[in-house]
Design a protein around this ligand. Structure first.
Ligand code: SAM
Length: 227
């Protein structure tokens, strides 16, 4: 149950020193850039599984803090160990990625303040096929309200799945939500992150090995007139 893992009471309570010691430890030489506002997590990988996306993204954006959120205890522990091992064998690298065990569907606002994130990832989420279980899907109109809150204007949600029905569902939720607009295909072709969606994660690699099709929806957080 949720009571077995600690949840920050709010974004200010999230322990940056613990997760990103290279950037935050006392005596780290002020890698938080002098007078610049303190660094915050900017990318969130929701249901990160074994962490392949974080590992793939880390060297592409070495100064950007990224956080994986994963519900399964053992899987989260594996990702922690994986990151620590990468840091140990590549000094100064992989310092910008970390993971928490949490239920992102319940606790996202405990981790991120309004407009904090520039990218959110939902790669191969659980399909929850039955109609009565659709409310458990990690993308829904209601949850998109929360994601729109956590994302900055211009921030991007990346989704991909090998389940066509879920792909249609995620796209239609994003399409129907007033705060999201589709990122044009030409832009996706230039985005280095898009290539990782189908190749970086363990689930993506499994689908690729089996020659499965994937369905992608990438949407931008847009500004409403009254904002
Ligand atoms: N994104 C990874 C990949 O592409 O390899 C993992 C995909 S796996 C099919 C879905 C993951 O989401 C599982 O590891 C599951 O434990 C996690 N998950 C499901 N519901 C979650 C929730 N509410 N909060 C956090 N993680 C969740």
């Amino acid at each position: 149950s949720d009571s077995h893992f600690p949840i920050p009471i709010g974004p200010a309570d999230f322990d940056y020193c613990h997760h990103y010691p290279y950037f935050f430890a006392p005596g780290s030489g002020g890698r938080s850039d002098g007078d610049a506002p303190p660094r915050k997590v900017r990318f969130a990988d929701i249901g990160c599984g074994f962490g392949g996306l974080l590992v793939g993204l880390s060297p592409l954006f070495p100064d950007t803090l990224m956080l994986g959120m994963e519900l399964r205890d053992k899987v989260t522990e594996y990702v922690k160990e994986r990151i620590l091992a990468l840091r140990a064998s590549n000094p100064g690298h992989y310092e910008n990625i970390s993971v928490v065990r949490t239920n992102s569907m319940k606790y996202l606002p405990n981790y991120f303040e309004k407009g904090q994130l520039s990218k959110m990832f939902f790669l191969f989420p659980d399909p929850h096929f039955k109609e009565k279980n659709h409310r458990r899907r990690v993308i829904s109109l209601q949850l998109l309200d929360e994601y729109a809150y956590a994302l900055e204007v211009g921030g991007i949600i990346y989704t991909i799945t090998d389940v066509e029905e879920l792909g249609d569902w995620m796209r239609s939720c994003l399409e129907d939500h007033p705060l999201f607009g589709a990122v044009p295909e030409e832009e996706l072709e230039l985005d280095p992150v898009v290539k990782l969606l189908s190749s970086a994660t363990e689930e993506g690699q499994k689908v690729a090995r089996n020659g499965g099709q994937t369905f992608r929806a990438v949407y931008r957080r847009i500004k409403l007139e009254e904002e």
